[in-house]
Design a protein around this ligand. Structure first.
Ligand code: SF4
Ligand code: SF4
Length: 214
């Protein structure tokens, strides 16, 4: 809260923008969280005796210009935008409304999956050259602390990673699943040294679908 307040306190009005996609599923930046944060911020400025207006909106997606365009009617009525989308959404708003300050309300962490109620874990780092077909559907890029591609480092204990005992050793998981699938011969196949260029090693990446691009 302190960080958010520091960002927006130079202004008199903001648009607090949520997103109906991933941040809604994660209970971090959907319509409900927009309402909760708006109330908390209003309360803060009311206590300070500072007039402060907060408009609330939740877009279908903030990473899509078609939806970001819907902010046109709101944007001139506010001094700044506080976005509760992931970093992609924040940047899309900044790209569309270049004269309007935009601040992130969230710290975007990773592409993950829900392990159980209230727990999300990293599963993919978008490396651009997926090896899940060789690793029994368990990602060594996102889930091995050392991003090893050809077996474990040798430091795991009782199936846990030596970097952090709260983390399952990815290579233990891979081995267990290969065994369960009757595919242990895959373990003998050496994966070649990874080419990190598709993972962003040569700069920001872009996907262009010629059949869709206008
Ligand atoms: S191998 Fe690459 S693309 Fe596949 S899940 Fe892991 S990080 Fe994602
Ligand atoms: S203990 Fe397992 S998950 Fe941890 S770095 Fe070694 S191989 Fe990777």
């Amino acid at each position: 809260m302190e960080e958010l307040i520091q960002c927006i306190k130079p202004y008199r009005s903001i648009l607090l923008a949520g997103c109906n996609e991933c941040v809604t599923v994660c209970a971090a930046g959907g319509r409900k969280e927009v309402g909760v944060l708006a109330s908390a911020l209003k309360m803060h400025f009311m206590k300070e005796g500072k007039p402060f207006e907060i408009q609330e909106v939740t877009l279908e997606r903030q990473c899509d210009p078609e939806y970001v365009e819907q902010l046109v009617s709101n944007i001139d009525q506010v001094d700044a935008v506080l976005s509760m989308a992931c970093g992609c959404g924040v940047q899309e708003i900044a790209r569309r409304f270049h004269n309007k300050p935009v601040f992130p309300a969230l710290n975007t962490k990773f592409m993950g999956a829900s392990e159980r109620q209230g727990v999300w874990a990293e599963r993919c780092q978008g490396c651009g050259d997926c090896v899940l077909g060789f690793t029994a559907g368990i990602c060594p890029v996102a889930r091995c602390s050392k991003q090893l591609f050809n077996g474990p480092c040798g430091g795991s204990t009782n199936g846990k990673c030596e970097v952090d005992p709260d983390i399952d050793c990815a290579w233990q998981l891979i081995w267990d699943r290969l065994k369960a699938l009757g595919l242990t011969e895959r373990y003998e196949e050496n994966l070649p040294a990874k080419d990190w260029r598709p993972a962003g090693g040569t700069g920001p990446r872009k996907i262009i679908r010629e059949d869709m691009a206008s």
